[in-house]
Ligand binder design. Structure first.
Ligand code: RB5
Length: 144
């Protein structure tokens, strides 16, 4: 399952991405927020990450104003590899090299079209494994 969540700073980009998913028959679950009212980003980051870790095929998209807060919070959850991306090169590499399972973006940093491009590259790129698996395993070791 693909989960998406944001605070108020990421709400508008989240809504835009939802319309992109709907138009392209991409199945997703919106975990909130559901209004523009101020909301603390660690809460939505934890909620989304707790869903993502339930299945290794799950992925998440988290958006706050800069993407920084949700990314810091997400990476505190065991099993989460969250990547803050502001271009398609980093989103592609976050999958190929880091096996990122959560994409973080800044709703006040990116335009809607750039956001869609970043999401497209994140969702369409696979982990390369090999030497990168060794490195990801070293990250997992730090968690233990
Ligand atoms: C909220 O104003 C803002 O601080 C939040 O969206 C995010 O940018 C935090 O990193």
């Amino acid at each position: 399952m693909l989960y998406i969540g944001s605070d108020h700073g990421g709400f508008s980009l989240k809504e835009y991405l939802k319309s992109y998913f709907e138009k392209n028959n991409i199945v997703f679950e919106d975990l909130g927020v559901y209004t523009q009212e101020s909301f603390d980003y660690p809460i939505i980051a934890e909620k989304l990450c707790c869903e993502v870790i339930k299945d290794q095929n799950n992925k998440g998209i988290l958006i706050c104003g800069t993407g920084i807060g949700v990314c810091i919070a997400a990476n505190k959850v065991k099993g989460i590899r969250a990547a803050l991306c502001s271009d398609t090169y980093t989103s592609e590499m976050s999958r190929k090299h880091n096996n990122a399972n959560v994409l973080c973006m800044g709703g006040r940093v990116l335009g809607n079209d750039k956001g869609v491009d970043i999401v497209k590259s994140f969702l369409s790129t696979d982990f390369e494994g090999g030497r990168h698996l060794r490195r990801v395993d070293q990250i997992i070791k730090i968690e233990r």
